[in-house]
Design a protein around this ligand. Sequence first.
Ligand code: SF4
Length: 232
Amino acid sequence: MVGYIHSYQTLGTVDGPGVRFVLFMQGCFLRCPYCHNPDTWEIKKEKQVTDDEVLEKIKRYLSYYKDGGVTISGGEPLLQSSFVYSLFKKLKENHLHTALDTSGTILNEDVKKVLSVTDLVLLDIKFSFNEKYQKYIHQSLDTVLHFLDYLEKNNIKTIIRQVIVPTINNHKEDIIALKEIINQYTCIQKVELLPFKKLCVEKYEQLKIPFPFEIYPEESDEDIKSLYSYLE
Ligand code: SF4
C-alpha cells in the first residue's frame, strides 16, 4: 500500500500520550487561515512510501514507543484512508497504540475502517461556533460534530484540540461553548487549547502564498492558562 507523506518524527511528545512516531501525511483541502503546514496541502507533492517501509522505520525505534505509540497527522490523513488503515492494522498486529490527528471533516466507509483500528483520535474543533467555523474554515461545524457522534457511538477515546487566536476565539464565550459541546460526549478524555504561533511565516513566503492570519498577534501562554479555567 502506497502513501504520500510529508515527513516523520521519531521521538514526538506532543501528539498523543508518551513518546511517539509521528507520520505527517500529504494532502488537505481545508486551507485553515492559521495552518502551520501549508507545505502539506498538495497531496502528490512529496515522498511516496509504502506502509511496510514506514513500519520498518518504526520498528527501529520500537523500545521508545512502549508507553507511547504511533500518531498519523498531516495534512489531513483521512484523504489517504486506505494507506492509514493498512498501516494502523499492521501496527495493531505489532501491539502498538495508534492515534489519528484529524479535522474530522470526512466520514465515509473507508474512514470508518481506519477508526476501527484507531485507539485515540486527536480531533480539531477549530471553532466552537458554527458562524466562525463557516467564516474561517468554509465548512459546517455540524460535520465535525457528526464525526464526534461516531466516535462516541463506537467508544473511541478522543482528545479535542483547538488553536486559540487572539481576538478571534480567545473569548470566554468561545471556551464556554466548547465546554458545552464537550459535556455531551463521554469519549472525550481531554481538551488541549493550543496557542496560535507564527513560526510558519517562512513556509508561506517560500510557497509565495499569503498567510491569512499574519495580522493577528501570537497567543500567550498566560492567556491560554486563564482560558483553561473556563473549562473546569
Ligand atoms: S486541517 Fe490542518 S493541515 Fe489542513 S489546512 Fe487546516 S490546519 Fe492545515
